[in-house]
Design a protein around this ligand. Sequence first.
Ligand SMILES: Cc1cc2nc3c(=O)[nH]c(=O)nc-3n(C[C@H](O)[C@H](O)[C@H](O)COP(=O)(O)O)c2cc1C
Length: 353
Amino acid sequence: MERGETAPVSIYGYCKKLLLIFFYPNQSQYCDICFRRTSINTEQEIREIVGEKIRGYRMNKSIVYIIKQRFSCRTYLKKPIEEDHQRALIEFLESNHTGPLGTRARFALIAATEYDRKSLKGLGTYGFIKDAAGFIVGALEQEPKNLEDYGYLLEHAVLYATDIGLGTCWLGGSFTKSSFAKKITVTSTEIVPAVVAVGYSASNADIRSQIRKRAGAQHRFPKEQLFFDRFFGNSLNKENIREYADVLEMVRWAPSASNKQPWRIIRSDGAWHFYLQRTQGYGKGTLTFNLLRLADLQRIDMGIAMCHFELAAHEFNLPGRWLVDEPGIIKPENVEYIASWTTVPSERLINEA
Ligand SMILES: Cc1cc2nc3c(=O)[nH]c(=O)nc-3n(C[C@H](O)[C@H](O)[C@H](O)COP(=O)(O)O)c2cc1C
């Protein structure tokens, strides 16, 4: 087999590949979704400020700029990750291990060297990813808010990788879970819910933009369907969003499993309440997810949204804290409360500095 190529060896693996291609037709490798966002602000509009120190880590560029640069990169240059970049990423992973809701995770970067791709041997992506130079793998215990924390922590790493010039792609379905679990030597009580492919993107910006448009990854729900004032369905207007308009826009462009964007946010009493609106016929409990033994990816999506919200709020000097304290807002049937970002000091803060 060629370097970096992977193939499922078992009948289970083969069936899983067929199922994945059937259920994720837009995301197979030939539909590379590398792009540069064109529908939102132009580069001139993006503030090129030096990133603030967030959660003990400093980004080089503005978080707004980084979020607009990120995309799911599925084809990489056949080039190992430079040593400086590997070192920076490992340092980042080692110092960002505890999520805002209290779960501790451990992460590892599994990367090929220039002469040897053996370290990536057996790490399969069912053909969805071409020539990744490495993977970020994480493991964590089964705890109530573990997947939200996992999404938050790994997305922070994705944005950091983007900041230093690396392409990334989240993989929640199309990765051979057991081989990745082996690489990070999971214990009997730990899980590996998703991984992230990393490397230098192979496609240039123009091609990326075109392919992405065709693949539908450009699509995001309008803000009126995602963000509400006091109750579900009541859209926020300009006056009551004020300085949070840009923060919410950064949430809108977060990545999510199959681009389902399950986050809904309600502003009420000085807080922003995060809810998970499960996509009908998709995710936890469905036949596909059970057959493919996938994690509850929509909870990971929620952590990703929380990460974008917090990093953007920090950049715009809008202080706040996470807490879990469900407000008495009436929710539609398929909606679950996750956490709140409160701008008001509270006794029940979870992530006191
Ligand atoms: C939790 C999670 C799991 C994902 N799993 C996969 C996957 O298994 N295969 C894949 O090709 N893309 C996967 N993606 C990438 C999404 O399809 C992508 O984020 C979405 O289509 C939006 O496109 P963008 O990331 O380019 O903005 C995943 C994303 C997330 C957040």
